[in-house]
Design a protein around this ligand. Structure first.
Ligand SMILES: [Zn+2]
Length: 357
């Protein structure tokens, strides 16, 4: 093996490479020019991987507007599985991944909510109750695996669990762990809505892969935050809805995200599109709040372009031939507020329309 090959191998080894191997916007940022035909001929800007909102509800919103607003991918985190699967299958953009139905305790959230679509909730009895009932061996795994398998058959990439202690019953720890085990057995991650005192801790103890909202009800103690980060849990931000609805909750959520990110936690950009009045597309308020939580420019890009729940493929970050194009010169990376506002102007462009500038 030649010395050149050895050097090249060392340069691509993440552990051996220098810390700042890439630019301030991450490894995939490229200065590009739009080709001379098209709507914006010759415009110079930055190409980034496609932007993804990791928390939306397609049944409650207008996905065409989201595409016009710069989103190339979305993750639907709860709806009628047949309806969501049909929407996903019929669209080119945004590229859709989805959870299917909400799994919840009998009588639990979001059943009965006025916004909750028909057929969007699956109630699962406690495995602890089933274990003490007669015919325990038949009843115990049945309801959990049936609910997980149903979402899998509809094409789900993730299982959504609701733990909302503020409005109704929630799963106990054994039932949550049984759901996580059943989902992991078919290689699906579990994403949890954790609301109310102790619910984030329950989700973390139960092995949830993702919290669908950065915790906003209570300040998590440092030990719990570190445990979530070191377990590899990811948090979907949804800070703009807190900023919109409750300044105190927003401050709590931003503080939790700051410490989670500081502990190495994986932060995913998401807004809960479909949940009331929100920017249709890339949301400047969400990015500004993430900047307040201490995310650097490259962290903001990473949160927007993380392919979760798909597995990252660093050599091919493009979805279906489209990329994000952010027009104009990028602001100084140290001015994260300006970077956040600039990123929110990103739009979807076919990669064939871009050439090196
Ligand atoms: Zn939601």
């Amino acid at each position: 093996m030649s010395e050149t090959t050895t050097d090249a191998a060392a340069a691509t080894d993440g552990d051996a490479a220098p810390l700042q191997q890439h630019g301030p916007l991450g490894p995939h940022a490229r200065r590009m020019r739009r080709s001379l035909n098209g709507d914006h001929p010759g415009q110079v800007g930055t190409m980034l991987p496609p932007f993804i909102d990791h928390h939306v509800h397609l049944q409650l919103g207008d996905a065409d507007a989201w595409v016009r607003g710069g989103l190339a991918g979305v993750v639907d985190l709860g709806g009628n599985p047949a309806t969501v699967a049909a929407i996903a299958g019929a669209r080119y953009l945004p590229h859709v991944r989805y959870a299917g139905a909400f799994l919840t305790a009998p009588g639990g959230y979001p059943g009965g909510r006025p916004w909750c679509p028909a057929g969007a909730v699956r109630e699962i009895p406690s495995v602890s109750d089933a274990a003490t009932a007669s015919h325990a061996h038949d009843a115990l795994p049945g309801a959990v695996t049936a609910a997980v398998d149903e979402q899998l058959r509809f094409g789900a990439s993730v299982i959504k669990v609701a733990l909302n202690a503020t409005t109704g019953p929630v799963f106990d720890l054994p039932t949550l762990r049984a759901i996580v085990a059943a989902a992991h057995a078919v290689e699906l991650p579990v994403a949890v809505h954790a609301e109310g005192a102790g619910m984030a801790a329950l989700a973390i103890d139960g092995g949830a892969d993702v919290l669908v909202h950065a915790p906003w009800n209570e300040r998590l103690d440092d030990g719990l935050v570190r445990r979530a980060a070191s377990a590899g849990q990811a948090w979907i931000s949804t800070l703009a809805i807190q900023v919109r609805d409750d300044a105190d909750a927003a401050a709590v959520a931003i503080d939790n995200v700051r410490r989670f990110h500081g502990a190495g936690g994986r932060v995913l950009y998401g807004t809960d599109l479909g949940n009331g009045d929100l920017a249709e597309g890339v949301n400047a308020a969400e990015l500004a709040a993430l900047a307040r939580a201490g995310l650097a420019a490259s962290d903001l890009v990473a949160a927007l372009t993380d392919p979760w729940p798909a597995v990252p493929n660093p050599s091919d970050p493009v979805i279906d031939g489209v990329a994000t194009f952010v027009p104009g010169e990028p602001p100084e990376a140290s001015d994260t507020d300006a970077v956040a506002a600039w990123l929110a102007t990103g739009r979807i462009v076919p990669t064939e329309e871009l050439e090196h500038a």
